[in-house]
Structures are given as C-alpha cells and as structure tokens.
Write a protein that binds this ligand. Sequence first.
Ligand SMILES: *[C@@H]1O[C@H](CO)[C@@H](O)[C@H](O)[C@H]1NC(C)=O
Ligand SMILES: *[C@@H]1O[C@H](CO)[C@@H](O)[C@H](O)[C@H]1NC(C)=O
Ligand SMILES: *[C@@H]1O[C@H](CO)[C@@H](O)[C@H](O)[C@H]1NC(C)=O
Ligand SMILES: *[C@@H]1O[C@H](CO)[C@@H](O)[C@H](O)[C@H]1NC(C)=O
Length: 408
Amino acid sequence: MRTISRGAIILFSIMMLLFDTTHSIVLEPDENHIKSATFLSENFEVGPGKIVVKTLLDIDFPRGHIGVKSFDVEVVDEDGNSIPLYETYLHHWFAVKYIENITMSPYIKQSHDLRNGIEFERNDGACQGFLLPHYWGLGAESRGTSSNLPDPFAVELGNPTKIKHGFKEKWLFSIMVIDTRGTQDRKGCTECRCKLMNLPNDFYNVTTGINGQLLPRSYKGGLFCCQDNVQCKLKNGFRGPTRKLSLRYKIKWVDWDENQVPLKFYILDSTDRVRSNGSTPIHDCQAEYTIPRNHYNDIPHIKKANIPMTKGGYLVYGTAHMHTGVVNVTLYGQDGRVLCTSNPKYGTGKEAGNEKGYLVGMSVCYPKPGSIKIEDGEILTLESVYENKFRTGAMGHFYIYLAEQISI
Ligand SMILES: *[C@@H]1O[C@H](CO)[C@@H](O)[C@H](O)[C@H]1NC(C)=O
Ligand SMILES: *[C@@H]1O[C@H](CO)[C@@H](O)[C@H](O)[C@H]1NC(C)=O
Ligand SMILES: *[C@@H]1O[C@H](CO)[C@@H](O)[C@H](O)[C@H]1NC(C)=O
Ligand SMILES: *[C@@H]1O[C@H](CO)[C@@H](O)[C@H](O)[C@H]1NC(C)=O
C-alpha cells in the first residue's frame, strides 16, 4: 500500500512538473495595463504526409472578466522552435468558445464526450448553424497577420452576469495541420486533394458534405478529404521521423472596466448564398470552394457574395482568412464604397514566417474609428479574388470587428 501511494505521489509530481514546463505563462503588464501571456497547447503527433484534425478541449486561457486585445498562434516543436509551413502546414486553427456544466466537467474531461453538458457559443455571424463559429482563427497566414485591436476596443469575455448559472466559460482549439515532409505533391496535400489521400474505397458512398448530402464525385479536394490520420502520398521509399508539435499562442488582454469599448465579431464567407424567407436572411455558407482553371484567358477568379448585416456598427478592424493564390479580397458597402481591402503577403525565403511561395500574411484595415459606418440592414458585398489556377479547398473568409459606439 505504502509503495503504491508513494508511486502515485511521485507520478503526480512528475505530471505537475510537466504541466509547469508545457503551460508556461509569462505575465508582463505594461503601462496601458495590457497583460500578456504565452501558452503551449497539448501536443499532437505528426509524421511525413500525415493529416492531423483534432479538437483540443479546455485550453489555457486568461481567467476573469476581461477584454481580449490580441490572439496570435504558431506551430512549434518540443524545443519551442517555430516549424516552417513546408514541413508542417497549418491549415487552420480555430479558437471556439463554449460553456460547460460544472457538475459534468469531470465526466467531460475523461470521456471527451461533447454531446452532453456543453453548449457552444458562436461569434456574431453570419453563417448558418455551427459553421465558422470561432472567435479567433487563421491558418498559414497566422504569423504575418496582426490580431491587435486598437484602444479602447476589446472583445469582452467572462462577464459573470452573462454566463448561465452552473456553467463555466471555456475554450477549445479546432485544428488541422498537414505534414508535407516527403510528399509527392506538397501543394496538393495542403489543398487536401482527394486523390492524394489514402481514403477508404467507399469514401464517396458514405461521406456527406456541409449540406448533409453525399459528396458528389466531382468533389476533388477540400476539408472533407483531409480527415484525421489520413495519409497524403509520399515519394517512393521516403521515411522520416514522427514528431510532437504544439500550438504556441500569445494572448493580450485587459481587465474589463468602464474604459473598454466592446466589439462584435463577424465572419463573412464569399460562398454564402443568402436567401430570405421574407423577413429573415437565411445563410448558406459552404466554407470552401474549388477554383476551376479557365483556359481561355488569364483573368483572376472572382467569388462574390451579397450579405445583409442585420445589425451594423463602426468598422474597427478588417482582415481575411485566405489560401495561397489569393490576389486580394475586398468588402464593399451597399453603395459600392470600399470598406476594406486585404492584400496578401507571400514568403520569399526559408525561415518560418517567410516560406517561399506560401501565403504568410494578410494585411489588416484599421480605419480611423468613426470614419466607416455600416448601417443596420445594409447589404455588404464580399469579393474574393484568386489567380486563375485549379485549386481545391479555397477559402474566402472576411473578419470584421464592429463597435456600436466609438468612445466610452
Ligand atoms: C448539469 O448536469 C447535471 C447532471 O447531468 C444536471 O442534473 C443539472 O441539471 C445540470 N445543470 C444545469 C444548470 O443545466
Ligand atoms: C459505391 O457506390 C457505387 C454506386 O454509386 C457502387 O457501384 C460501388 O460498388 C460502391 N462502392 C463501395 C465500396 O461500396
Ligand atoms: C423566417 O424565419 C424566422 C427565423 O427562423 C422566423 O421567425 C419567421 O417566422 C420566418 N418567416 C416566415 C415568413 O417563414
Ligand atoms: C484586386 O486585384 C485585381 C486583379 O489584380 C485588381 O484589378 C483590383 O484592382 C484589386 N482590387 C483592389 C481593391 O485593390
């Protein structure tokens, strides 16, 4: 008995030690009372050509009633080195908010069962159901895309008066990474080309898409062909080590007080085919699309959506989540005025954050607060422009933060 409990104690302290080293927190409040912490997610294993699709529950997050100012993410190895995109491609990371029934927490932690005791809380719009629900999230362009919100604006979280009694606010990461070391077709793997993946023979007989219907055989690539643990084709005889990676994420925040102005966060999708039932807009976002090669000319491919904003506000921040090949993406007001254009930055070197040929950043619009107003009910037009090349799993997601007032 004695030895067992001693063993248990030793094991426990090793675990504590592990937690100490993996969940390192650095607090550095500055003169504007902005706090900052860097966290490390639990790790996930990648091997050459492997797709990893995971949900990391209950991630470390600043506690209390706060206003988040920025949220930045990158992929690192066990020694904390930044991993370049041509080794492990970060397809996306989404930070999703949920509330959890406190009495069921031990069960959820143990079972990873997300069907009971959890309610997801999506962002302010505009896709249907639980599509694109995240509050923060980008992909390969993460390292080069600013998430900073200017003062006095912030995303309000953890307001105790708004959290349902008996529940606790929590966060999860939904991630997809693609290890392209040793693959035959790096670009094809990052675009989730179905024919490069070792999918089951009955894949098209059993796999349903966003609309709940079976995927058509014309579906050549995208999210549904990148499933967890699927293998993208390797060069003959290629062998390489597996390794453990994590997300390293840095959050900046302030304690909430009367000096903060809250923001609403909207994700608009250029595949959204908005309908109306007479009174209410009905969104129909596809999240991704295929760009066919047009052999007759070299005109860029344009995907457009007209999206009504039930509630408007002052534009404080705008950027986009796009894939390699994007030319630019613009959000227009109903009268045709440009609200924001986001332009890509492509890498030119070898180092992480500047990988040659990869989309490594999207520019951010910071209009002078008060200068751009979106009216209630205004119909915005989103226009995503890609080069004229065959591409699967292309995305055109525009991110905007709106304030109902511009000063405190
Ligand atoms: C939380 O879960 C328990 C056990 O299932 C249940 O009895 C309780 O009503 C739930 N609490 C709330 C606030 O929904
Ligand atoms: C898939 O469905 C097709 C008909 O649509 C059928 O011919 C084929 O045998 C099925 N394949 C598998 C593996 O079930
Ligand atoms: C349209 O949808 C809204 C929200 O689902 C509903 O409240 C409303 O009754 C619907 N209107 C019609 C005309 O069906
Ligand atoms: C986006 O790119 C296209 C193609 O190069 C160009 O014609 C257009 O002017 C650009 N749009 C903006 C708003 O910069």
